[in-house]
Design a protein around this ligand. Structure first.
Ligand code: 2HA
Ligand code: ZN
Length: 271
């Protein structure tokens, strides 16, 4: 077996969590990431027949039975993943009945997967139903996005428009807009179901006054989506108290989307 600490998927999880920590998005144990892995990717590093522990997941995950994920641990700090991946991450396989997670590697101190596993797994199922290449669900608490949650109406069309208007990149990067959930209790199956419902229309979902979820075919893609929203939210917050003299009009947003050939939410523009 090869040393799993040299596996590209572990190294990339460590790099990504370190980046997110240093950006100030993931204080203490804030944030969590799950990434779908293939047997071909994982089998050079671990014995897929050796289950360390079986951990109930508390909801029906049968849509994802047999699938492998690397998932950040509950209570663990993004700050610490790089120096000790085996304690802060785990590789799990959803059991054939969909009721539990088989731990194949990690959570070395007896830990378990993030408390937000319902939102992660339900979101994976939703995105996979639309895109076979989907792999990543990423949750974070980016500062400016959360600041904007305090002063902007929590409604997805209005919120998306405010982001799109801050800079040209936005409608090109997230033409599907951001879904927005009201404040809800986190860590529950209910917020997981509500998130997955939004994921059928958006790759980004804001949890009101809590944080954001981004998804994608790679860690880079999910990270890049959140990073672009956070940049736009920073621009919004830098100018929210000032008279706004210039904006990108709806006709200009349409011209951008048409030029770059992105399928944007037409109902989010007044055209
Ligand atoms: O894991 O971010 O939403 C800590 C959180 C919970
Ligand atoms: Zn959170």
């Amino acid at each position: 077996m090869k040393d799993i600490l040299t596996a590209p998927f572990i190294k990339e999880m460590a790099e990504t969590t370190a980046n997110m920590y240093r950006l100030g998005w993931d204080e203490r144990n804030g944030g969590n990431i799950s990434c779908l892995l293939t047997e071909e990717e994982v089998s050079p590093y671990i014995d897929l027949d050796k289950v360390i522990r079986v951990i109930p997941i508390g909801f029906d995950g049968s849509e994802l039975a047999g699938k492998l994920f690397v998932v950040t641990g509950t209570g663990k700090y993004f700050k610490n993943v790089e120096k000790d991946p085996e304690t802060n991450l785990g590789i799990i396989r959803i059991s054939s009945d969909g009721n539990s997670a088989e731990l194949l590697w990690g959570y070395k101190d007896g830990g378990r997967f993030t408390s937000e596993l319902p939102a992660h797994l339900m979101s994976h199922a939703a995105r996979l139903s639309l895109d076979k290449e989907h792999r990543v669900v990423m949750h974070s608490h980016p500062t400016n996005t959360l600041a904007m949650n305090r002063v902007h109406v929590l409604e997805e069309r209005a919120f998306t428009r405010s982001l799109w208007q801050t800079c040209s990149e936005c409608i090109i990067v997230f033409p599907d807009g951001v879904g927005v959930l009201p404040w809800m209790v986190c860590g529950t199956n209910e917020i997981g179901e509500a998130t997955a419902q939004k994921m059928l229309e958006h790759r980004l979902v804001i949890w009101g006054i809590h944080g954001i979820y981004g998804t994608g075919n790679s860690l880079d893609e999910a990270f890049g989506l959140i990073e672009t929203v956070e940049k736009a939210a920073e621009l919004y917050m830098l100018t929210a108290h000032l008279p706004v003299i210039n904006t990108i009009s709806d006709a200009e947003l349409k011209a951008l989307a048409d030029t770059f050939g992105v399928a944007y939410r037409k109902d989010y523009l007044d055209i």
